[in-house]
Design a protein around this ligand. Structure first.
Ligand SMILES: Cc1cc2nc3c(=O)[nH]c(=O)nc-3n(C[C@H](O)[C@H](O)[C@H](O)COP(=O)(O)OP(=O)(O)OC[C@H]3O[C@@H](n4cnc5c(N)ncnc54)[C@H](O)[C@@H]3O)c2cc1C
Length: 440
């Protein structure tokens, strides 16, 4: 019978390093050697290869590492993503960060946001809420992506992440191992592949997933910098216009994250020049409260971007399952969702610990095979991710409406009289299992 042990009470880091663990994969038992990589016939053999050093990939690697399982993370970029803005993490994200023991370190760097204010285009307040009034356990902080990635990466043994390693092609062989070929011709033979390669996932494409679908609106984002201290209260500010909305939230004592979402029938050209992006963003909200204009002016170039928003609905019976053999997807690679609920990264974090626990259980001689563990992960997480993807899409559609009558009802009836914060944030309830290992 499997016995669960809490991570904190078991010296797991040393557990699987140098011994052979017989692992049941489907009907055939194979051995997973949790040792250093080997080279065979020019191919580098690895037990666990993670594709993508984003939030999902690094959290999966850290979770597996905490459970004593070595992995290699292949990242196409030359380094961790250092530009970019921030992500709002709700209590479900924090539960995961605590489970992998990085929550306390991150909390000290980012302000806890107390509530939210919804305003009209002229700046008039329509409604305000305090998160703790609705749910004492809610925790909301906007976290800089760069800091989150660096913190996660710092938990991994040296050389776990291999930069400049772009996955180009995938092939499975007769015994269920997977051959991964990189852009520079390097080949990895992996027993387990975890695709965390984001919305344009090569791994998902190989598994038969369709391309994510553009939802009809784009977002400008940036991270305003106030060297002498930012002036805002610890609240998320939303401003709702017609086919246009904006938001901003303090991140730290000196930084404030902002976004502007606007309708656009097509993706439009890819623009990377920060001066043009700033100009376009300011133009959209030129008649809106000056706070927003100032914030855009105070935004360093490397943090400003424009992103078309996409998602993919995982229709049962139509969409492929989350795993194929011993290849499995995590985060945006599997379930890209629009950012309207602030849940994409939170959900990638959740996926990572759930998958790591199930894989560790299988690897360490639990009752399930690796394929079984991946299937069990897929069905557990599908029921979480699919409704969230739809909900995020519908919320976005509602907030992007440009019909004057509908917007008037939204601003004069729905938001002031009908909106309740509690049900709106129910999706942040997530019990994160501690990392555990099972011994047979
Ligand atoms: C406008 C906007 C606002 C958002 N706001 C929030 C928010 O407030 N809260 C929230 O929870 N979420 C938010 N999200 C969603 C969040 O950004 C994503 O859900 C999250 O980044 C997903 O993490 P991931 O690890 O799955 O993918 P990614 O972060 O995209 O990481 C994928 C990694 O894989 C690498 N990669 C890709 N292809 C290859 C390849 N072929 N070979 C090797 N490496 C490869 C990439 O370089 C990258 O490092 C927002 C998204 C957008 C667009």
């Amino acid at each position: 019978m499997a016995m669960s042990l809490l991570l904190s009470s078991y010296p797991l880091q040393s557990l699987a390093r140098s011994s052979w663990f017989p692992v049941r994969t489907g009907s055939k038992p194979v051995c997973l050697v949790l040792t250093k990589a080997q080279i065979s016939g020019g191919d580098r053999e690895e037990d666990v290869v993670i594709v993508g050093a984003g939030i999902g990939g690094l959290t999966t690697a850290v979770s597996l590492h905490r459970l004593g399982i070595r992995s290699v993370v292949l990242e196409q970029a030359e380094s961790l993503r250092t530009g970019g803005t921030s992500l709002t993490l709700f209590k479900n994200g924090w539960r995961v960060l605590d489970a992998i023991s990085v929550g306390p370190q991150l909390r000290t760097q980012f302000l806890e946001i107390e509530g939210m204010v919804v305003k009209k285009e002229d700046g008039r307040e329509l409604r305000s809420f305090k998160f703790k009034d609705e749910d004492q356990s809610q925790e909301v902080r906007a976290v800089e992506r760069r800091v989150l990635l660096e913190t996660l990466a710092s938990q991994l043994p040296p050389e776990t992440i291999q930069f400049a390693s772009k996955l180009e092609s995938i092939q499975s062989n007769a015994n269920g191992d997977t051959l991964l070929e990189l852009g520079d011709g390097t080949r990895f033979l992996a027993k387990i592949v975890i695709g965390c390669d984001g919305i344009r996932s090569k791994v998902a494409n190989w598994m038969g997933f369709s391309e994510p679908r553009y939802v009809g609106h784009c977002a400008y984002r940036g991270l305003g910098y106030y060297p002498n201290g930012q002036p805002f209260q610890k609240k998320v500010n939303y401003i709702y216009g017609r086919g246009l909305r904006a938001g901003y939230v303090p991140v730290s004592a000196t930084k404030v994250y902002w976004f502007i979402c606007f309708n656009s029938p097509s993706l439009g050209p890819k623009i990377t020049d920060p001066a043009i992006l700033k100009e376009q963003a300011k133009e959209l909200v030129s008649a809106w409260p000056k706070d927003l204009q100032n914030l855009i002016d105070l935004t360093p170039d490397e943090t400003i971007s424009r992103t078309p928003l996409v998602d993919r609905w995982l229709w049962p019976g139509i969409s492929p399952p989350a795993s194929k053999g011993r290849v499995v997807l995590v985060g945006d690679a599997w379930h890209p969702m629009t950012p309207n609920l602030g849940q994409g990264a939170c959900c990638a974090l959740e996926d990572s610990v759930v998958l790591a626990n199930k894989l560790a259980n299988a690897i360490n001689g639990g009752t399930e095979s690796i394929e079984g563990a991946m299937e069990s992960y897929g069905s557990e997480r599908w029921s979480r991710a699919f409704p969230l993807t739809i909900r995020a899409n519908l919320v976005g559609a509602l907030l992007q409406w440009d019909n004057p009558l509908v917007c008037s009802i939204r601003n004069n009836v729905v938001i002031p009289k009908l909106l309740r914060l509690g049900p709106m944030l129910e999706h942040t309830n997530f019990e994160c299992e501690p990392l555990y290992v099972s011994k047979s």
